[in-house]
Design a protein around this ligand. Structure first.
Ligand code: WTA
Length: 648
C-alpha cells in the first residue's frame, strides 16, 4: 500500500487517548470472549439503574429474541440529565446554533432539566401514559431534543419523523405507530427559506385519526391554520406547566423509540429500540469513537430526525454529560464557511458530519476555509455512506490540517451506534476504510452460499452476535424483523451491506446489496419511489436505480414507461419530479428520468435492474450475461437513448 494512504497513530495521540492500540486489542478480545462481563462492567460504569438486572444477556439471535439487562430498571432522561445535576448543573448541555448566526443560545443541564420536566407534565396532562406513542415532526431546534427527553422521562415512546418527509409519509408513520400526540412547529428555517411544517401536519391529519392533540412550537411566526379543538401553543402550556416531574421507572427492555427507515419492499420499517442496551451502546460508542474527554465540545451536524441525531446529538453525548452543538442551519448559509465559522465560534473539538456535506464543501475550494482557524478540532467523524478517498483527503489535510484523526463510522438505524470504526488512539487510518469492529462486535463476511470467508475477501457483511444497541423488533411486525435481518443467514444479523476485508483485517464497505439507495447519506427505497410514481395517471411502470453522483454519492435515476395515450415531454418530466417530491417529501428529488417504452425483463417478468444500473451509470462496455432477457430490443433502445440524457 502507498505510504500516503496509511496514517499510523501518532505517539502523542495514542498517549492521551482513552484507548491506545494495546488497550483496544485487549479490550476487544475480552469483549468478544466475555461479552456478559464486558457489558456488565460498562453498564456499571456508565449508567445509573434504580434496580439491578437478573441477567446481563438473554438472547437467541435466530429466534429473534434479543434481551440485555433483563430485570433492571432505569430511566433514560434521569441518566441523560438528572444524575449530572449534582456536579454539573451549570454545565452547558446544548449550544443551539440558529440558522441565523446572530441568534444562538445555550441550555445548561439545569435548564434542560426544567424544560424537559415541564413538557413531560404537559404530555401527561394531555393523557400520555407510559407506552403511548408521541410523534415529533420538527425542524432542527433544541425543542426536538427536549421533546424526545420528555417522552423518555414519562416512558412514552417517541417516533421522530424527519421534517423533509411529506404529509403522506407522516400520515403513514402516525398510522403505523398510532401516535396520540404530535409535537410540531409553525414552520422551520432552512438557509434563506422558510419551510412549512404545521401545514404538512394539518394535511397529514386529514388522513389519520389517531392524533388527539397537536402541540405547536412557535419558530418562524408564519401564519398557520388553527384547529382550536386540537392545536395547542407550546409556549402557552409550557408557561403554566410545573417543573417538577418524577421519572417513570422503566424496564431495561421497555421501548424507548421507534424510528422509521426505508425497507427494500415498499413500506417503511418502524425500527424499535429499547432502553438500557440502546443508551449503553450510544454512551460507550460516543466515548470511545470520538475519544471524548471532559470539557470537549462535540458537534454532530445530523438532523434529529435520523438515527445519527438520536444517538449522537441527544443520547450519547448527554449520557456522557457532554456539551454539544445543535445546528439549525445549513452548510451554505449565509455562505460556504458556515461550518468552519461555527467550529471557531464554539471552539468545537469533535466534529461529526456526512461525506455528502464534505463533498459539497470541497467543491467550493479552500477559500471558505481560509477565513477560519479550526485550531480547536481534534477529531473529524464521517457517517452515512462510504467516504470516497478524495473527500477523505480534503477532510484530513485541509479541514483538519493533518492534525485530526478521521473516524469513518459505519453503522445503521438498526444498530443503534457505530459497529465498524477506527478509534482515534488505536487504529491506523486508511482513506475510505471503516477499519475495525467496535468493542463487542464480531463482523463476518459470507459468500453467497452463506459460508464464512476467511482472511482477505469480499462478500456479504453480517454480525455474529447481538450487541446491546441492536434493534429489538420492527414495530408491530416481529416477523418482518426476523425475515429481514435474521432469516437470510441463520445465526447472523444481516446488514444488507457488502464489504471487503483486506490483508490487515480492515473492513471496507462496498455498498448496499439490496435495492436501497444511499442519496446524500439518506436511505431511499427504490420500491417506495416506484410505487409512488405508478400512482401518477401518466405512468404505467417505473424502475428506479442509483447512479454515481459527484456530491450526493448516489443520484436517483428513473426509467418510466408511460401510458399508451401519453406523450413524453420535458414538461411531463418536471411534473413527475415534483409529484414525487410532493407525495414523499422534498428530499426525494429524482435527478434523471429516461423514458422507457419497454423495460428489460427476464422471461419470468423480473426487471433486470443490474442492466438498468449499468445504463444509468453509462457503463456500457461490459453488460454481463443478457441471455435471460425476454426481449433484447428493450435493452438496445434504452442504451441508444441514454446518449441523449445529460448527466448533471
Ligand atoms: C450506509 C446511518 C459506508 C450503509 C447511520 C448502511 C455507510 C446505511 C457508512 C445505513 C460508512 C452508513 N461507510 N457506508 N461509514 N455509514 N453507511 O440507517 O449502507 O441511515 O447500511 O444509518 O448507510 O443508513 P442509516
Amino acid at each position: 500500500m502507498e505510504p500516503t494512504d496509511y496514517y499510523p497513530v501518532p505517539h502523542a495521540v495514542a498517549k492521551h487517548a482513552n484507548l491506545d492500540a494495546n488497550d483496544y486489542q485487549q479490550l476487544y478480545q475480552y469483549s468478544i470472549t466475555h461479552p456478559e462481563q464486558f457489558w456488565e462492567e460498562q453498564a456499571k460504569a456508565r449508567l445509573s439503574f434504580s434496580k439491578s438486572w437478573d441477567t446481563v444477556h438473554n438472547s437467541n439471535l435466530s429466534q429473534g429474541k434479543i434481551r440485555w439487562f433483563e430485570g433492571a430498571q432505569l430511566n433514560i432522561a434521569y441518566n441523560c440529565i438528572d444524575r449530572h445535576l449534582k456536579k454539573h448543573a451549570d454545565k452547558v448541555a446544548f449550544i443551539f446554533e440558529h440558522n441565523d448566526p446572530t441568534q444562538s443560545y445555550s441550555l445548561t443541564y439545569q435548564q434542560l432539566h426544567e424544560q424537559v420536566c415541564k413538557l413531560a407534565n404537559v404530555l401527561k396532562a394531555y393523557g400520555i401514559e407510559k407506552g403511548d406513542r408521541v410523534c415529533i415532526y420538527l425542524p432542527m431546534i433544541a425543542e426536538a431534543a427536549i421533546a424526545m427527553l420528555a417522552c423518555a422521562r414519562i416512558g412514552a415512546i417517541h417516533s421522530v419523523v424527519f421534517g423533509g418527509f411529506s404529509a403522506d409519509a407522516l400520515a403513514n408513520r402516525i398510522d403505523d405507530c398510532q401516535a396520540k400526540v404530535m409535537i410540531t412547529s409553525d414552520g422551520g428555517y432552512r438557509g434563506n427559506k422558510i419551510t412549512p411544517v404545521k401545514a404538512n401536519v394539518d394535511k397529514a391529519l386529514q388522513h389519520t385519526s389517531y392524533i388527539k392533540h397537536v402541540i405547536v412550537i412557535e419558530v418562524t411566526k408564519t401564519p398557520i391554520d388553527w384547529n382550536s379543538e386540537r392545536d395547542i401553543w407550546y409556549h402557552h402550556v409550557m408557561e403554566k406547566a410545573n417543573n417538577d416531574c418524577p421519572c417513570e421507572p422503566m424496564q431495561a427492555e421497555d421501548p424507548l423509540f421507534i424510528l422509521y427507515t426505508s425497507g427494500s419492499t415498499g413500506k417503511p420499517k418502524g425500527v424499535l429500540h429499547t432502553s438500557a442496551g440502546y443508551l449503553l451502546y450510544a454512551a460507550t460508542t460516543f466515548d470511545y469513537t470520538f475519544d471524548y474527554h471532559e470539557g470537549d465540545i462535540f458537534w454532530c451536524t445530523a438532523d434529529i430526525g435520523w438515527i445519527t441525531g438520536h444517538s449522537y446529538c441527544v443520547y450519547g453525548p448527554l449520557a456522557n454529560g457532554a456539551t454539544s452543538v445543535l445546528f439549525g442551519g445549513t452548510p451554505d448559509y449565509p455562505d460556504y464557511s458556515r461550518f468552519w465559522q461555527v467550529i471557531d465560534k464554539h471552539q468545537v473539538n469533535l466534529f461529526y458530519t456526512a461525506p455528502t456535506a464534505i463533498r459539497s464543501l470541497m467543491r467550493q475550494g479552500n477559500a471558505p476555509l481560509q477565513t477560519t482557524s479550526r485550531q480547536s478540532l481534534r477529531i473529524l467523524g464521517s457517517v452515512g455512506e462510504p467516504i470516497n478517498p478524495e473527500a477523505w483527503h480534503w477532510y484530513y489535510h485541509h479541514v483538519g490540517q493533518e492534525r485530526c484523526r478521521v473516524v469513518d463510522t459505519w453503522w445503521q438505524t438498526e444498530t443503534g451506534g457505530h459497529l465498524l470504526t477506527p478509534l482515534p488512539g488505536a487504529t491506523p487510518l486508511k482513506p475510505g476504510c471503516a477499519t475495525q469492529p467496535f468493542l463487542g462486535i464480531q463482523p463476518a463476511i459470507l459468500d453467497t452460499d452463506g459460508n464464512e470467508c476467511q482472511g482477505a475477501c469480499e462478500g456479504i457483511l453480517v454480525i455474529k452476535q447481538d450487541w446491546p444497541g441492536m434493534l429489538r423488533s420492527i414495530w408491530q411486525n416481529h416477523q418482518r424483523f426476523i425475515d429481514t435481518y435474521l432469516a437470510p443467514y441463520k445465526g447472523y444479523y444481516f446488514t444488507g451491506d457488502g464489504a471487503k476485508r483486506d490483508q490487515d483485517g480492515d473492513y471496507w464497505i462496498t455498498g448496499r446489496m439490496d435495492d436501497i439507495l444511499n442519496v446524500s447519506g439518506h436511505r431511499f427505497s427504490t420500491a417506495e419511489i416506484e410505487s409512488t410514481l405508478v400512482k401518477h395517471p401518466a405512468v404505467a411502470e417505473a424502475a428506479i436505480v442509483g447512479y454515481p453522483h459527484d456530491t450526493k454519492g448516489q443520484g436517483i435515476y428513473a426509467y418510466i414507461t408511460l401510458m399508451n395515450n401519453t406523450q413524453p415531454s420535458d414538461d411531463l418530466k418536471k411534473q413527475l419530479i415534483s409529484y414525487v417530491r410532493q407525495k414523499m417529501g422534498p428530499i426525494y428529488g429524482i435527478d434523471l428520468i429516461q423514458w422507457a417504452p419497454n423495460l428489460p425483463k427476464t422471461r419470468s417478468g423480473k426487471i433486470m435492474r443490474r442492466l438498468l444500473r449499468k445504463i444509468a451509470a453509462n457503463k456500457l462496455d461490459n453488460l454481463g450475461d443478457t441471455s435471460t432477457l425476454a426481449d433484447s430490443d428493450a435493452l438496445n433502445n434504452l442504451i441508444e437513448d441514454r446518449q441523449n440524457i445529460e448527466t448533471p
